[in-house]
Structures are given as structure tokens and as C-alpha cells.
Design a protein around this ligand. Structure first.
Ligand code: ADP
Length: 322
């Protein structure tokens, strides 16, 4: 374990409360056998923030989330999740978390409303008070868009409806912090959009959300902040816009003059467009400026990182074997 100065703890706690820090991850490390999967992960999340954790397969996203949920013991690092070290979280702490696991396969004979009402009982009596949990079953069913299917057996739900039920199960206790691991895998576009509405609604109610996804478009739409995990550390942390600006990737400008189409890639789209109007004035039509998408930025960052690491590895190898 990393050595933490105990004298710092009260100061840190005060800062967390003052700055609404819900998740505080410092130098998180995880080793499986002799393999270091996480080599020093650092990030924070504040109340009501939606944070997307992205990264190539095997980067350690699920490992990170499982450690924060208290399901997996870390090798080292200093963590605070809702003010508690997840390795020491008790039932009360757990009740404040929501976890959406991969699809809910049991209880196929239960009906949607029945199951949600039953699970809600674990969190105490229903109340309209935000502090007291859980959700009222009918309200929750409406939020996740299952009203029409409330009395259906779970085994009869479609894949997308089933996933919405997974989300309902994850949030039934009205969690302050929600972990969503690949929440929309297998959704059709309509179910995906409805699910995004649910996430926005939860964030509006100040639920903090940490999600992993392979869908970069989804991350861009949902997340206030993006974290890219690669090589065991966070290689980028910022809003989708900030990451795009930091990469200073080129924008694509498209336009027509007298019906003829043109395309030009430039780092300075505004300057280029200004010039275009100086030159062609009102003859410019169908103007479009497409900035780098999160996907473009992600690809560049992960590739650069990987080639940098490969170079470092080659360098190291050559050092050993000149
Ligand atoms: P991601 O979610 O980003 O795809 P994971 O956290 O699932 O990544 O896995 C990260 C790495 O750790 C992978 O190489 C995986 O094989 C390895 N790993 C995950 N769980 C275990 C485990 N229980 N024992 C050994 N290795 C594991």
C-alpha cells in the first residue's frame, strides 16, 4: 500500500466536502500475479458529474470499477468513494452506491414491477424525500421506459428492455454514485437514446455517474468528463472539447462555390473560413465545419501512446542488448 500521511486525512476530508468530491482516486495500482494492470491511476469526480472511463480492451477499466465498488482489493493506492475507503465500506456505504452489472439473468419468472418493488424493500420504506430511499416502483419503471411492460415476466423482455431493467435494478436505491459498466451494449438506437435520457435525468438529480463504454459517440453525448485509461494510467482527462483542443486535430471544412464542392483540412478553421469569405463572398454556399470527434481524438491518443510505449520498450531492449 502507498504510505498515506494520516495527519493529512482530516484536511483532505474537509477539501472533499467543500469541493463536492465524490470519488478521489490517487495512485491506484493493481497487479495480477506478476502483471501490473494499473500502475498509478489518478482522478476525481464531483457530485452530479458524468464521467466516462474509456480505454482499449484489457486496459483495466473493469478492474478499476470493481475496486471502487469494493468488489476487488487493490494492490496499492489511496481511495475515497463517498468519503469511505472502498476496502472498508459497510452496508450503509453500499446502500449509497448503485451498480449495474451485466444483464440480470435470474428471476425470469418474476414480473418487472414485482421485482423492483421487492428489491426496493431492502432500502427501507418508500418516501418522496430525496434522502430517504428507494424509488417508488412505478416512477422508476417510468423513468427507465418500462411502463408498458411493468407486468410482463422478465423472461419475456427483449434484450433492450432487459438492459433497462438492469439499470432500474442498479438505481432502485436512489444511489448517490452509480457505476455503469458498458450500459448500452446490445441496445438498438431507440433504446440507447432513451437510456441517455435516463442518465441525464439522474445527473440532473445530482447522481454522480462513472461509466465505461466502447461507444465513443455515447461517451461524447453523455459525459461531462472523459478519462482515457491506457498502459495502466490515465493518459487524458477533460471534456470532449478540451481533449479535442489539446490534440489540436485538424477540422474539415466543406463548401461549394458555383455548385462546385470543396473540402479542406485545417488547424485554423475560423481563419480559413474568414479567408474564404474574403475571396468568394456571397458565392460561398453549403458551408460545413466538422471538428475532430471524440473518436478521432481517442484514436490519435491511444495510437500515439502505444507507439510511444513501443519506442520506449525498444529503447529499453536495445539498452539491455546493445
Ligand atoms: P478492461 O475492462 O479495460 O477490458 P479488465 O479490467 O477487464 O480490462 O482487465 C485488465 C487486465 O487484467 C486484462 O489483461 C485481464 O486479462 C487482466 N485480469 C482481469 N481480471 C483478472 C484476474 N482476476 N486475474 C488475472 N488477471 C486478470
Amino acid at each position: 500500500m502507498a504510505v498515506v500521511d494520516e495527519a493529512d486525512a482530516p484536511v483532505r476530508e474537509e477539501r472533499q466536502v467543500a469541493e463536492n468530491v465524490v470519488l478521489d482516486v490517487r495512485d491506484l495500482r493493481m497487479r495480477y500475479g506478476t502483471t501490473d494492470v494499473l500502475t498509478g491511476v489518478n482522478f476525481i469526480a464531483r457530485t452530479g458529474e458524468v464521467v466516462a472511463l474509456l480505454g482499449p480492451n484489457g486496459a483495466g477499466k473493469t478492474t478499476t470499477i470493481e475496486i471502487l465498488e469494493g468488489f476487488r482489493m487493490r494492490s496499492a493506492g489511496d481511495l475515497s468513494v463517498l468519503g469511505v475507503d472502498p476496502a472498508r465500506g459497510d452496508e450503509n456505504w453500499r446502500a449509497r452506491l448503485g451498480v449495474v452489472l451485466q444483464s440480470w439473468r435470474d428471476h425470469g419468472r418474476w414480473r418487472v414491477r414485482e421485482l423492483l418493488e421487492h428489491l426496493g424493500l431492502y432500502y427501507g420504506p418508500y418516501s418522496t424525500d430525496r434522502i430517504l430511499r428507494p424509488w417508488n416502483a412505478d416512477e422508476l419503471i417510468e423513468v427507465v421506459g418500462l411502463t408498458e411492460h411493468a407486468h410482463k415476466k422478465i423472461s419475456r423482455l427483449s434484450g433492450g428492455q432487459r438492459r433497462r431493467l438492469d439499470v432500474a435494478i442498479g438505481i432502485v436505491g436512489r444511489p448517490e454514485l452509480l457505476f455503469l459498466d458498458e450500459p448500452t451494449a446490445g441496445f438498438d438506437p431507440e433504446a440507447r437514446r432513451e437510456f441517455h435520457d435516463v442518465v441525464h435525468r439522474l445527473a440532473d438529480e445530482n447522481t454522480t455517474i462513472l461509466l465505461t463504454t466502447h461507444d465513443l459517440d455515447e461517451a461524447e453525448k453523455l459525459a461531462d468528463r472523459i478519462l482515457i485509461l491506457a498502459g495502466g494510467t490515465i493518459i487524458a482527462d477533460g471534456s470532449a472539447d478540451e481533449l479535442a483542443r489539446r490534440m489540436s486535430t485538424e477540422a474539415e471544412v466543406k463548401w461549394t462555390v458555383d455548385g462546385q464542392r470543396f473540402v479542406h483540412s485545417t488547424l485554423d478553421a475560423t481563419g480559413f473560413v474568414r479567408e474564404l469569405f474574403v475571396k468568394h463572398d456571397t458565392a460561398v454556399a453549403d458551408l460545413e465545419v466538422r471538428r475532430a470527434s471524440l473518436e478521432d481524438v481517442y484514436m490519435v491518443m491511444v495510437k500515439e501512446f502505444e507507439s510511444g510505449r513501443r519506442d520506449a520498450a525498444i529503447h529499453e531492449f536495445e539498452g539491455v542488448h546493445p
